[in-house]
Design a protein. Structure first.
Ligand SMILES: CC(C)(COP(=O)(O)OP(=O)(O)OC[C@H]1O[C@@H](n2cnc3c(N)ncnc32)[C@H](O)[C@@H]1OP(=O)(O)O)[C@@H](O)C(=O)NCCC(=O)NCCS
Length: 177
């Protein structure tokens, strides 16, 4: 599938329905998103979108050749306690399975981190957590400058009495801003 025509832009409240459909599709493949398909609800999507509009960032990729369909999304936002106000947290990224491995995830991160670097001097840290087996994602995050900060042993329950570690990672803007 050709993604050279795809467009990255900030999300709007009107995108919620399409983002919901995207997350439903991406969550069908086990091993990526933490939530399973039946845990992706409209309330979940509206909640993270609203928080991202209020104090965080949310970008989408649209495919202009396919009726403006949203094919990828990234978001993160500030947590409520004042002590965490310099952090963008709860970062989640999802690329439609048919469009994965074509550079869209990397481009979404570059848009988000570039915006933080330029326009959010209040943000000193962007954090995320990825399951240890999601090697492709962890490699991408490291290439983007995220640092592995530790290891949450047995944090992910894969069912059938099988658990795996979750890997906390963080990115820091450069001091020249
Ligand atoms: C993880 C995810 C966001 C990455 O986005 P993507 O668009 O597929 O990744 P990109 O095409 O931007 O690739 C980024 C890097 O990973 C590499 N990569 C891509 N597909 C790969 C594959 N199948 N195997 C190994 N490396 C791969 C690319 O080479 C690229 O590295 P480079 O910049 O050095 O060339 C996306 O695959 C996804 O949505 N997965 C399901 C949900 C998920 O896991 N979310 C993250 C939860 S923490």
């Amino acid at each position: 599938m050709n993604v050279t025509q795809s467009i990255i832009r900030k999300a709007t409240p009107e995108d919620a329905s399409q983002i919901f459909e995207l997350y439903k599709t991406v969550s069908k493949n086990i091993g990526g998103l933490a939530r399973t398909e039946n845990e992706i609800t409209r309330a979940y999507v509206e909640n993270f979108s609203n928080k991202s509009f209020e104090n965080g960032l949310q970008f989408v990729v649209i495919d202009p050749l396919n009726e403006q369909e949203i094919i990828a999304e990234i978001h993160c936002y500030q947590l409520e306690p004042g002590v965490f106000k310099h952090i963008l947290s709860e970062l989640t990224v999802a690329v439609h399975p048919e469009y994965q491995g074509k550079g869209l995830g990397k481009q979404l991160f570059q848009a988000l981190l570039g915006d933080v670097q330029l326009n959010r001097p209040d943000i000193l840290r962007v954090e995320l957590i990825a399951r240890e087996s999601n090697i492709k994602a962890i490699q991408l995050y490291e290439n983007l400058g995220f640092k592995i900060e530790g290891r949450f042993e047995n944090r992910i329950n894969n069912g059938n009495n099988s658990f795996e570690a979750d890997i906390p990672m963080a990115w820091f803007p450069s001091k020249i801003r």
